[in-house]
Design a protein around this ligand. Sequence first.
Ligand code: BES
Ligand code: ZN
Length: 878
Amino acid sequence: MRSENAEPIRLEDYTPTPYTLDRVELNFNLVPDATIVTSKIYLAPRTPEDAGKPLVLDGDELELVSVEMNGRALSADSYDATASQFTLKTPPETAFSLEITTKINPQENTKLMGLYRSSGNFCTQCEAEGFRRITYFYDRPDILAVYTTRIEAEKKAYPVLLGNGNPKEAGDIEGTDRHFAIWHDPHPKPAYLFALVAGDLGCISQKFTTASGKPVDLNIYVEHGNEDRADWSMDCLVRSMQWDEKVFGLEYDLDVFNIVAVSDFNMGAMENKGLNIFNDKYILADPETATDVDYEGIETVVAHEYFHNWTGNRITCRDWFQLCLKEGLTVFRDHEFTSDERSRPVKRIADVKVLKNHQFPEDGGPLSHPVRPEVYKEINNFYTATVYEKGSELVTMIKTILGADGFKKGMDLYFERHDGEAATIEDFIKSFEDATQTNLSQFALWYSQSGTPQLNVAGEYNEQAKTFTLKLEQSTPPTPGQDIKRPFTIPVRFGLVSPNGEDMAYSSSEGAEVRGDLILLTEASQTVVFHGIGAKPVPSLLREFSAPVKLATNLSSDDHLFLMHHDNDPFNRWQSAQTVATDLTIALSKGAETPALSAFLEAMKAIAEDDALDNAFKALALALPSEGDVARELGNNVDPEAISIAHLTLRQKVGEALYSTFQKLYESLAPSGTFSPDAKSAGNRALRTRTLSYLNAAQSDNSAPLTRAHFETADNMTDRIAALNVLVHERVDGYKDALDAFYQRHKDTALAMDKWFMVQATSPAEDTLDTVKALTEHPAFAWGNPNRVRALIGTFVAANQRRFNALDGSGYTYLAQTVLKIDQNNPQLAARILNAFRSWRALEPTRQGLAKAALESIIEADQKLSPDVQDIAERCLQ
Ligand code: BES
Ligand code: ZN
């Protein structure tokens, strides 16, 4: 049921509040179903003109208990209080305080926003608008206040009481079974960074000394019994702190840094000041339950949330339109961190895969929006791949355009100017402009114009003149609300690869601006002529993926195969392999000829046998493009089943052609010594399991002895789950026994059980939807746990292209029904899962019709929709 349409929020309407609010004293009397919150806030008219204007505070599902002004009860006619708003009709004309008492029910809070319970503990999530579910407040990021928080709870059930900032005081409450703790955070912060935890938790601790000699206590809190699984996170935290000091010159600024892991969490983790709260998926790891991917994910998320302490907390956002100011920049920083800690090219490939798999489809469909949106109805729906991943790409481009030194100067100036403020994208860009005397006004279009630019490049060699000419054209498809787009500044990193595989020097160039190995495009159509080119080169374009664009060139498949062998940019070696493999998959899916196949197989073999290559890189270069990659390349009239079949065919062909090569690799990579999650060991495992899946695809014996042995002898989760995937997806004899064995082994470890659900949800088997439905009845399934729902339902709709897009529409109907069910408890989770429809218009006509009907059935359902789900459904249908 469509609910009355809420008015959209617009960037252009931004206005400061009529009152300032710079100090808060909170008191929490924690009781599971009736927590009493008292909030004393200190207010003053912002300007003389504001004096006397009504004071309007945000609320959400609140019950007012009492309110006092300047220490005296207010008369009932001087204010209005509903569940979602508090209005003081005529406030005093000078500074005043309000003491507001509300009653909330954490026990029944299934939205996991505000104060809620997870595994019997109390915790909070306030970004973006959760603080208003705790007390009436100016719940917006430009209100920066100093918080003091007193927490009181029963001592036995909740021995640990944590707040933001530094601990000040703690003790028992005489004559009761309760105790209290007082925390003070000296750094002014917006309400979305508020946090509190009360519970019975175990903890690991470590001392850290900052570069300037300040001691900091680091603590990671987990459920009792999980302490041993937090060591890796602590290691990641320490390395993150050291890296931020070394690379950005940024130090930590409190006496303690606490992290708490909880098992019910809507997102990955949250950067609350001095008290990060994490989905336990991004804290807990041991070889038995976590894969190499999990270890790396933990490293990323721990670093990301820590880095927010400066990019997000010390400098926050003026309003939620500026979300990429903290998120895009912090993603950039966590990418840089991983690149420095591990392999830069491998990380670049992984990040571009995420960008192309998530952001490109979003930007090419009905949910497309600029990196800095200008209008929204539900802010929770704008924590998107565009804001995060494309937002990070824009920072990378700034660094590419200004160079490392210019970038550093700009960042330093940004911190110097805006520390302690709520800033905007304009502030950020201006810092780079002023620090380097560069005009970035055209570059800034990347923040306001949505859509993925198409970049077409044609190269031509002139033997007589010894010139090589590149003709470059850019255009960006129209998106809702943006019909005509101006050309972007596009940095194109390139090399002219000579027949012997080396980059050729050029004597001079004319046309578009060229700086060394960088072409800076600024117009819709430009040409560059390189002089002094002795032999016909193969241009390697967009090296390191220097701009988030779709590239089309006049290179032949022979040229791509040449670059696959010879490019000295590892990213483009990988990209060339992907380009050829994507073309082959498309041809196979259409029953067309595949003349490039044998040369492609040769090139794959050469990569597999190249001892100079790093194994993590090899594992990526030997991977075929995903079904989603192929669908995206096609762009329209997509038939996911045909793509899936073609994908499996190509995999089998590679497996057959390279069988003995893969066999040798598989054997040579047999593990030795004890498990270590380091990048090199992880790379070896990734390559070995890649060969395993090819070897399995190529053999006709359905008992798959190699894969079964891999499963049975695995001494770590990475190997065990990789083998289980193959066994289940290929329906190898005895695959059900393997599933049972996994279940018995891991049934008491939630994060491992999530993998058991995922393996089954991603099977290409025809009855997978029935399996998914049956698994929702399994005793281990829980609708209230977001990780579990994502593992089963989220994975089925987002990662099983073939079965979600079943031709009878059953996958779409199931998604619609399931979203309606989840929406009644957890709208944010429901809306995320509904994103699976974002590319429905690219499908072939029959599936399009079915997907559209399913989306309409959500809007017309006989239940009140959350703003979250309504917003996604409506925009998908627009
Ligand atoms: N600030 C976000 C968490 C968040 C997102 C809270 C949306 C409320 C609504 C946090 O810094 C974040 O971005 N977390 C990511 C992981 C990160 C490594 C990109 C997440 O939770 O997925
Ligand atoms: Zn973040």
